[in-house]
Design a protein around this ligand. Structure first.
Ligand code: G3P
Ligand code: CA
Length: 359
């Protein structure tokens, strides 16, 4: 399923790319084919999170129904040991934790039991933040367990996306890599090549994932700054005195080509088959970071036998830019936009799909 239409997709996309982007296309598609990974891959970042509250059922159902190749999720663990999909270290931005548990509003996800997390409203914040995309049925959406995300991924026999799972702040969750393996294995998710891709910013966690699941493709997420590559500026955002984070990050570069290459070598040493570099968005905003998908970077990555899946872009101007630079897949909050860009057929529009699924 994950390889369907591979060659068609490849050529439909090359047709819209400037010549500069063609240099790596063959390398990338061959690397992807070897791993059973669609090319170019459409990765639904926290689900279809532009149109529905991130990491909730409507976001993942919508991404599945649109035809995304993968549902992306950030994995954390509850106090009572259940794997859940939550991005932030705490729950304030995406839930009503401040009302439900005011004394623990700043506490990490690991401070809550599953029952406590399930009592939170993980949807209303979206309606308040994005009134133009608000829906009554988003109110009261729950945080999902990994099992529930799997249920959604398997919920339509005609459309079966894979899972692209990030171990988030794994140092807070010792043993989470083994827990993840147990869950994936118990449900048969490790049987098909490329059905699951594992990702982390943390090299140690990636190496542990490789130890537990050597056959599963892994991606090292790349970042300039604390915990990632050394930057040319040597400054943090706070030290810079700037007020616009995206503008600050857009100016950040690895300290040298050798530093960039060092991180590719870290990826290989940890067992990765690819990297997940950040992108600078044309319009800036909260998910705009350093441009780590410049053509020379992607060439160097391909030359080392690694794929490039860039995070996180949503607009045509940025799809053009990163694909021309040679990436092999895109994390996007707008799976529908990217699938249309690739001329992949969509059954219905986003609003119609949400309506049809009771949202
Ligand atoms: O996992 C790829 C991308 O999601 C990394 O950034 O912060 O959105 O998890 P983040
Ligand atoms: Ca992520």
């Amino acid at each position: 399923m994950l390889m369907r239409g591979k060659s068609v997709r490849r050529w439909c996309c090359l047709a819209v790319l400037p010549l500069a982007g063609l240099v790596d296309a063959g390398q990338g598609s061959e690397l992807a084919a070897r791993q059973g990974i669609p090319y170019p891959a459409v990765i639904a970042h926290r689900g279809a999170s532009f149109d529905a509250p991130e990491s909730t059922a409507p976001a993942y159902v919508l991404a599945r129904e649109l035809g995304a190749d993968y549902l992306e999720l950030d994995l954390q663990r509850t106090r009572d040991g259940v794997l859940v999909a939550v991005h932030d270290d705490d729950l304030q931005r995406t839930s009503d934790v401040a009302q439900r548990f005011p004394e623990r509003r700043n506490s990490p996800v690991s401070a809550f039991t599953l029952a406590e997390l399930k009592s939170l409203d993980a949807g209303s914040w979206f309606n308040q933040a994005y009134p133009e995309r608000a829906r009554e049925r988003f109110n009261g959406q729950q945080i999902l367990t990994l099992d529930e995300v799997m249920d959604i991924a398997q919920g339509n026999s005609q459309r079966r996306p894979g899972l692209y799972i990030e171990t988030k702040v794994p140092s807070l969750f010792p043993g989470i890599e083994a827990d993840l393996k147990a869950t994936l294995q118990a449900r048969g998710w490790l049987d098909k090549p490329g059905r699951v891709v594992l990702q982390s910013f943390d090299r140690n966690s990636l190496a542990l994932l490789h130890q537990h699941m050597p056959q599963v493709p892994k991606v090292l997420l790349l970042w300039v700054g604390k915990g990632g590559m050394a930057s040319a500026s040597g400054q943090t955002f706070v030290e810079s005195g700037e007020t616009d984070k995206a503008a600050f990050y857009a100016r950040q570069q690895p300290s040298s080509k050798a530093e960039f290459e060092r991180w590719l070598d870290y990826a290989k040493a940890a067992g990765a088959i690819g990297t997940g570099p950040s992108a600078a968005r044309t319009a800036g905003g909260a998910q705009s970071y350093a441009d780590l998908v410049q053509p020379w970077m992607n060439r160097m990555t391909h030359d080392k036998g690694l794929l490039v899946h860039v995070y996180t872009v949503d607009e045509t101007v940025d799809f053009d830019k990163v694909l021309a630079a040679g990436v092999d897949g895109i994390f996007t909050n707008r799976s529908g936009q990217l699938l249309r860009y690739f001329s992949r057929s969509l059954p219905l529009g986003e609003a119609q799909i949400l309506d049809a699924n009771g949202y």
